[in-house]
Design a protein around this ligand. Structure first.
Ligand code: PHE
Length: 337
């Protein structure tokens, strides 16, 4: 057995020394030290030897294994250095060639849209706030007057986390965070990322909303309408009509859906689905239960809130046909803005 081991060691070491490539080295490692390798087989059979021989042969086999393995590693380092040196010799840098030109980056269409929307609301006295993207059920639903068994939860296609928390499905939970920490009057907008389990040409599982909230002692629906009209005209030009349609949100009462006259056509097109109107946001007067959940007295304050999809606005501003393009980061697409 001793002899077999010595012969094996000598042949393998000779093989390694003659080796010229990393793949040949790898073949040797497999045939000797691999699961069905020659040395592995010997080590497996040590147990069958007479007890007096076991420790001697076992020790020898292990030291052969160690020295072969060290040899292999050393040779790998050597071949790597040789290959590196050879490639350095071959690849010369011609410093006289002209350069490739300097590529200047720019802001993503969504960031540009957020800036434009925020500027518009800043002129009306709104300040910018933010809140967490991982939310509790309480902030995303409960405090917004959406209790456990409320059917409106189905519309949200929520991503739940193992902890029981969730990825916020809208920016409305930030209304609660802000009202819990500040006293009225307050006038804020909240741009941010939101998540819903949904994807097609007009839905992405990650998208952006801007929440708006104005709370004071006598805020009216007329002020909501005036504010949204000012904003939409500022962004799209004041020739386009704006209309409010009755709608339903658990956290506003009354609630409306806000439509903008289609900027692309006079008689119906693909973008407005031949209706001449494009739905741009949800809005309404803050529900009394929402005020109660943040400790405001609903007899003393009133307010309006709105939530608009930034991606939808960016698609309209830049004429982008598919929302998913904005998340693929294909340079050919991004270069255009
Ligand atoms: N949070 C609503 C949504 O995501 C939008 C909304 C915000 C509606 C504020 C009314 C008031 O659909």
């Amino acid at each position: 057995m001793k002899q077999t081991l010595n012969i094996l060691q000598n042949t393998v070491i000779g093989d390694i020394e003659r080796c010229k490539s990393l793949s040949d080295l790898s073949d040797i490692r497999v045939s000797v030290l691999g699961k069905n390798g020659q040395l592995t087989a010997i080590l497996k059979n040590v147990g069958q030897l007479p007890p007096s021989e076991r420790p001697i042969i076992g020790q020898l086999a292990n030291s052969v294994k160690k020295s072969i393995s060290e040899m292999l590693d050393k040779k790998i380092r050597l071949i790597n250095i040789e290959e590196w040196n050879a490639s350095l010799k071959e690849e010369v840098t011609d410093v006289t060639l002209p350069d490739k030109g300097f590529l200047m980056g720019h802001r993503h269409p969504i960031s540009q849209t957020i800036t434009r929307i925020s500027e518009s609301f800043r002129r009306l006295g709104f300040s910018v706030e933010s809140g967490p993207e991982i939310e509790t059920d309480y902030y995303n639903f409960e405090a917004l007057n959406i209790p456990q068994d409320h059917p409106a939860r189905d519309m949200h296609d929520t991503f739940y986390l193992k902890s029981g928390d969730l990825l916020r499905t809208h920016t409305s939970p930030v209304q609660i965070h802000v009202m819990k920490h500040q006293k009225p009057p307050l006038k804020i907008i909240v741009p941010g990322v939101v998540y819903r389990c949904d994807a097609d040409v007009s839905h992405s599982p990650v998208f952006h909303q801007i929440e708006g909230l104005y709370v004071n002692d006598s805020v009216s629906m007329a002020e909501l309408k005036g504010t949204l009209e000012f904003f939409l005209h500022d962004l799209f030009g004041d020739t386009l009509a704006v209309r409010l349609r009755p709608s339903y949100f658990p956290f506003t009462e009354p609630s409306v859906e806000v439509d903008l006259e289609c900027p692309f056509c006079k008689s119906g097109c693909r973008v407005c689905k031949k209706t001449r109107w494009i739905e741009v946001m949800g809005a309404g007067m803050v529900h009394r239960n929402v005020f109660r959940s943040v400790g405001y007295d609903p007899d003393l304050v009133t307010g309006f809130a709105f939530g608009l999809g930034i991606d939808r606005i960016a698609m309209l501003l830049f004429n982008i046909p598919d929302i998913r393009l904005m998340y693929e980061n294909d340079n050919r697409f991004l270069k255009q803005f």
